[in-house]
Design a protein around this ligand. Structure first.
Ligand code: ATP
Length: 310
């Protein structure tokens, strides 16, 4: 189990993280979310032992994670970290980069393991390509495979799919996260993308103002977002009379249906934005901007009525 106990850290005099504590069980997937600059990468780096904490302790099982002041070589065998900038060896191939960390393995086993990992990150066609000839997204996938090469017990991922195109992203996420579950590898994923979280994370931790402001399952946080910051991670939302409503929880209704319900408001359409299955309709309601999903676009300046769905 990972135990993060009351850690505090600042790069200089200004605090970045203040009294952060949480645990993570073996094999579990934890997502860390928060605004840009809220300290997600810093937290991953502290857990990895890249910096010394100012206060507090971090343990993986019985091993205390120590920073550079107390540890000549950064990092531990059981933990791997895939940073936002991945440092691969540019002049050797994809399989050589992945295999590089498997020097202790017999040749056949090493080849088998490398092939398996190349499959996880869907780079079969590039196995013999030199890193310098790969795109950013392909490099990111090599970095992921390399981190998995030695079967860590815990993996720290910073925006792991940020460079990967949408065609690949969905299937790659499923493969990588299933691989981690099957192999009982715990992971912490710092991300801005709710698709990295919904469907994969066992829990989510929200960082804001140097603190953890929420920690719960994605389902609970999605269904009951206590703060706009949390709702904004999941999608378009509105704050109406102090309550948070996702844009898909509001319904544009006919004037006739108004008699039945008191929970209806009036507004003037400002614009409609194509959104795939729906249009996102921007409405001015008592000088507040409200967003509502609707099946069709609505002409600007049209008066509409909308109601709230549970
Ligand atoms: N090496 C550094 N030296 C000094 N300050 C730093 C350093 N790295 C990060 N910071 C500062 O620490 C704060 C947290 O940065 P961090 O990169 O952890 O945030 P983040 O949540 O990961 O951001 P993003 O989502 O943009 O990646 C920011 O204010 C940043 O400017």
């Amino acid at each position: 189990m990972l135990q993060v106990k009351h850690i505090t850290f600042g790069y200089d005099k200004t605090l970045v993280l203040d009294n952060i504590s949480f645990n993570l069980e073996k094999g579990k997937n934890l997502a860390i979310i928060g605004k840009s600059g809220s300290g997600k990468s810093t937290l991953l780096k502290l857990i990895y032992g890249e910096y010394d904490v100012d206060q507090g302790d971090i343990f993986w099982k019985d091993t205390q994670i120590l920073g550079p002041k107390h540890n000549l070589v950064i990092g531990y065998e059981f933990m791997k970290y895939v940073a936002q900038e991945f440092d691969l060896m540019p002049f050797i191939t994809v399989e050589e980069n992945i295999g590089k960390y498997l020097s202790r393995f017999y040749h056949e086993e090493k080849q088998k393991r490398t092939t398996e990992l190349i499959k996880v990150v869907e780079l079969e066609a590039f196995a013999k390509t030199k890193i310098k000839n790969l795109s950013g997204g392909q490099k990111q996938r090599v970095a992921l495979a390399r981190a998995l090469a030695k079967q860590p017990e815990i993996l720290l991922l910073d925006e792991p799919f940020s460079h990967i195109d949408n065609f690949k992203k969905q299937s790659l996420r499923r493969r990588v996260f299933s691989y981690l579950k099957e192999n009982n590898i715990a992971c912490i994923v710092a991300t801005h993308d709710n698709n990295d979280v919904l469907g994969f994370a066992d829990e989510m931790l929200v960082l804001d103002q140097k603190k953890i402001i929420a920690k719960d399952t994605p389902q609970n946080l999605y269904n009951n977002p206590k703060l706009p910051l949390i709702a904004s991670f999941f999608g378009e939302f509105n704050v109406i009379d102090g309550k948070i409503y996702y844009a898909h929880k509001l319904r544009i209704v006919d004037e006739d249906s108004l008699r039945d319900t008191s929970a209806t408001k009036k507004g003037i359409v400002k614009a409609s934005y194509f959104n795939g299955d729906f249009w996102l309709v921007e409405v001015d309601c008592d000088s507040n901007t409200i967003f509502i999903y609707h099946k069709t676009p609505i002409e600007p300046e049209t008066q509409i009525f909308f109601s709230f769905q549970k």
